[in-house]
Design a protein around this ligand. Sequence first.
Ligand code: ADP
Ligand code: MG
Length: 298
Amino acid sequence: AIMPTLLSGIANGARQGILFKNGAQLEKIGKVQAIAFDKTGTLTTGQVQVSQVIANSNYSQKNVLKIAAALESNSEHPIAQAIIQAAGDLGGMRGIEVQAIPGQGITGIVNNQQVIVGNVAFVQQYVSQLPEELKDLVASLEREGKTVVWVAQESNKNEYEIVGAIAIADILRPEAASTIARLRQMGIAEIIMITGDNQRTADSFAQAVGIERVYAELLPEDKLDVIRSLQKQYQTVAMVGDGINDAPALAQASVGIAMGITGSDVALETADIVLMADKLEKIVAAIKLGRRSQAIVK
Ligand code: ADP
Ligand code: MG
């Protein structure tokens, strides 16, 4: 049976915008030793905007945006929203047979041609050679913390060419760095970042937020593996995330924590704790509530 102290802890959490799905999770969060944070939509606001559009020769920036947007209208990813907004009116152009691949990108048919939008690993499954001039430009944008997605389309049967690349700017949540610092002060032994984004972009945000261990370019299953390996070292591991791509890791973690507003349905369903107003500092409050409930139970 659930202890009255746990119930009051849960009620206390609810008043602060922390939703505990059950009492066991309140106790567990009090024991947390390691926390893995997703980047996009978790440490950052996920309210991303297109900042640069790079067109390959033979294409215009408008082309790049519209081709990508025709596919992205089918995705709930923050990147998709940014591209759709920047593209404006598509004049009825839309993607069909669209398939979103979590952590990688999206593909489908636009104007009778197969189109690919996504990270470098994903487009390289279709295009063997990326144009050198574009590669250098993209790398420098990534070092500034921009997320860059490549756009490719089928030119001949089974031959793909790069249409361009779209840089997307995201910002850290205002409370991210102070929350990380506070968690360290509270004795959390390990704080890491796990992201599907590329290493350069991830490093830029990690440095800004004060996280040293960064695992980038991860697929959803890779995120799960990182949690598993942390669990070999630490008994209680929390994962904080928002996306479909975080769901396996949220499920694997001793305590899964989801962002209530930016969080996708799958993330919310999988998590044990939901931060109703997306305020990262509520993790500090949740741990305090958890620690207090243990103190009372003992
Ligand atoms: P994160 O782990 O930072 O939340 P994701 O795992 O959702 O990021 O995505 C990882 C990468 O996969 C993105 O940075 C992007 O390059 C690519 N990607 C994922 N979904 C899409 C999409 N709908 N459109 C374009 N690119 C995408
Ligand atoms: Mg995310």
